[in-house]
Design a protein around this ligand. Structure first.
Ligand code: M6R
Length: 610
């Protein structure tokens, strides 16, 4: 969603802001803007559209010229994407950019209008700018007026602020929405996320709720709490470099990230193996904790939730513990029956997804234990969970999740194996066997990428004219095909659904018409014959069948137009292999349709509002 940056230092501020915003493009946006001090004046440039539109506009109208300022990419919530609604927004002496949603903006706007203030845009952000300006005009102290303002705000916000009376200083504050403070040599930054500033510095502070930061070139960074007391902060260092946020010769981030999956699995799994068995002690998970778990709920959104679907099948199968998978936005509002003894697993790449965070807080309130599986270090979900397993995918830039989903799967397995052993459902031999197989997955995934790229490309050419398609499967194959279907629709814009193959006859099979593509996943031996029967049913009604199965499977003649074979492997782990061609099919379909693969329309990478 919206991206925020800010800079103060010795470089050309406009260039730094645009370049840092470019690194946040992956979050999704529909307009952009910057505000830079030119001597004592704040000069604003903003435009609907992409950053290149802003750059073009600045070429014509002039680029703000100075060494301190703030910038923003906006994903419209209040008011359509337009030049006027783009950030920054200003009051008389205050200009700011905002990520988040102000829930009580209508009441605040009414109050400000009664004070004679006028508004130019439809945004909730302009209300914050005017409110801050209102307090500043009375108090004349920037920090105190930020404190007064934020006390009035309901909702979520990260704000980058400049005050006309304080040239070459940037202020920042946050609640719920993420914001980091980058610390360089004689230059400092604010940003929604580390990738924005990694080309300048790897060192940063995490800003806590309601903390206020003041950045300047010579005085460095000072942080205050909401009582105006100085706070001392721990300096963190990103453990990846600029290559991690570049395309490194790949045409798109998505394909780069698909290829990074073997490394991502190694980085996630290897540090958690001791004596050939998973060891999650450092995450506060030990056999005693596991033995006391009553029910498990896996709560998440999108791909992260789909990793939980695979987790459910695996955990229930081998650890014999009941698992409910819930969409976070449903869970948080349905008064779930949870309490002491239950474990809620929250899965999130960004660690900032608003619904997942709210679901986790609700579970805590009700007395359940929370375990977060998170990729982004220091994110809110990571910080608030009782137990935490970091996935080590590195930064995922493409909106369509691939490597983050893959490592979420790998953690589901680590957890399931340890739980099954702790509960006495598998013996040590089986425990070590499963672990050894998990350790083989990076190599297997690499092999599958090599073996399935060409055929996935071919298959994708057959999907280009489809209006709609189905993914079908049973058991683990069904759980996995949910992710395949999401991947395809989000980047190719072709409608698709994932269906439990056995459920087709109860309604959905009526959709099958001549040449409608059906991607049938049939990798689980125990269910193979059953799925083959379902494939025959759709084939008989004219479907164009793309079948994914294991090498050596006996595929009856004429039931499939294309057969994509996956190497034989431990079946419980096959989702980690089969997701590769599903990702590749989606990728190549999107490429061939000429879509914006990494930033599909209407989507944002990190959904920090409801
Ligand atoms: O950051 P999160 O993992 O919490 O995000 C959840 C979903 O928004 C995300 O998985 C989304 O579905 C993917 N980008 C789709 O590829």
């Amino acid at each position: 969603m919206c991206g925020i940056v800010g800079y103060v230092g010795h470089r050309d501020c406009s260039d730094v802001l645009v370049s840092a915003l470019t690194r946040l493009e992956y979050r999704g946006y529909d307009s952009a803007g910057i505000a830079v001090f030119e001597n004592d004046k704040i000069n604003v440039a903003k435009s609907k559209g992409k950053l290149k539109d802003l750059v073009e506009k600045m070429k014509i109208e002039g680029k703000p010229d100075g060494f301190a300022g703030i910038g923003h990419t906006r994903w419209a919530t209040h008011g359509e994407p337009s030049d006027i609604n783009s950030h920054p927004h200003s009051g008389a002496k205050v200009t700011l950019v905002h990520n988040g949603i102000i829930e009580n903006y209508k009441e605040l706007k009414e109050f400000l209008e009664n004070q004679g203030r006028e508004f130019l845009s439809d945004t909730d952000t302009e209300v914050v700018a005017q409110l801050l300006d209102y307090y500043y005009s009375h108090i004349n102290d920037p920090i105190r007026s930020i404190i007064e303002t934020t006390q009035e705000l309901k909702g979520s916000f990260a704000l980058g602020i400049v005050f006309e009376d304080f040239p070459n200083k940037v202020f920042a504050v946050r609640r719920e929405s993420p914001l980091i403070i980058g610390v360089g040599e004689d230059e400092n930054f604010i940003a929604s996320d580390v990738p924005a500033i990694i080309q300048y510095t790897k060192n940063y502070y995490l800003l806590e709720h309601d903390e206020i930061a003041v950045l300047s070139k010579n005085e460095g960074v000072r942080v205050f709490d909401s009582h105006y007391q100085i706070v001392s902060k721990e300096l963190k260092t990103a453990d990846w470099d600029v290559d991690a946020v570049g395309k490194c010769g790949y045409p798109h981030y998505m394909i780069k990230e698909i290829n990074e999956q073997p490394t991502a699995i190694k980085n996630t799994v290897l540090p958690r193996i001791k004596d050939g068995m998973p060891c999650l002690d450092e995450c506060n998970i030990n056999p005693e904790v596991l033995r006391n778990i009553r029910n498990i709920y896996i709560v998440a959104c999108g791909s992260a939730m789909h990793s939980g679907m695979v987790g459910k099948y695996v955990i229930e199968d081998i650890a014999r513990t009941a698992v409910t998978v819930d969409i976070a936005s449903e869970f948080r509002y349905r008064n779930p029956i949870i309490g002491k003894g239950d474990l809620i697993i929250i899965v999130s790449q960004s660690g900032e997804t608003a619904d997942s965070l709210a679901a986790m807080r609700l579970a805590k309130e009700k007395g359940a234990k929370t375990l977060a599986i998170v990729n982004a270090m220091g994110s809110t979900i990571a910080r608030e969970a009782d137990m935490l397993i970091y996935t080590h995918a590195g930064p995922e830039i493409s909106v369509a999740s691939t490597k983050a989903y893959m490592v979420q799967l790998s953690v589901m397995y680590l957890f399931a194996f340890e739980l099954a052993f702790a509960k006495g459902q598998i013996d040590e031999e089986k425990y070590k066997y499963y672990t050894s197989k998990l350790l083989e997955t990076p190599e297997m995934v690499e092999k599958v990428i090599a073996q399935t790229t060409e055929i996935s490309q071919k298959i994708s050419t057959k999907l280009l004219t489809a209006d709609s398609l189905l993914y079908i499967g049973r058991g683990l194959d069904y759980a996995l095909s949910m992710e395949g279907s999401l991947k395809l629709k989000e980047i190719s814009y072709i409608h698709s659904e994932s269906y439990a193959a056995g459920e087709l006859k109860h309604g959905t099979i009526s959709l099958i018409t001549k040449d409608m593509p059906v991607i049938a996943v049939a990798t689980q031996s125990a269910l193979y014959e059953k799925t083959v029967s379902n494939i025959k049913e759709v084939k008989a009604r004219g479907a164009k069948v793309i079948m994914i199965c294991q090498e050596g499977n006996d595929v009856p003649k004429d039931i499939a137009d294309y057969v994509l074979k996956i190497p034989n492997f431990e079946e419980i782990l096959l989702p980690m292999l089969v997701c590769v061609p599903l990702q590749l099919i989606a990728y190549y379909t999107s490429v061939q349709k000429g879509n914006d693969v990494d930033q599909p329309r209407n989507l944002a990478k990190s959904v920090t509002v409801e």
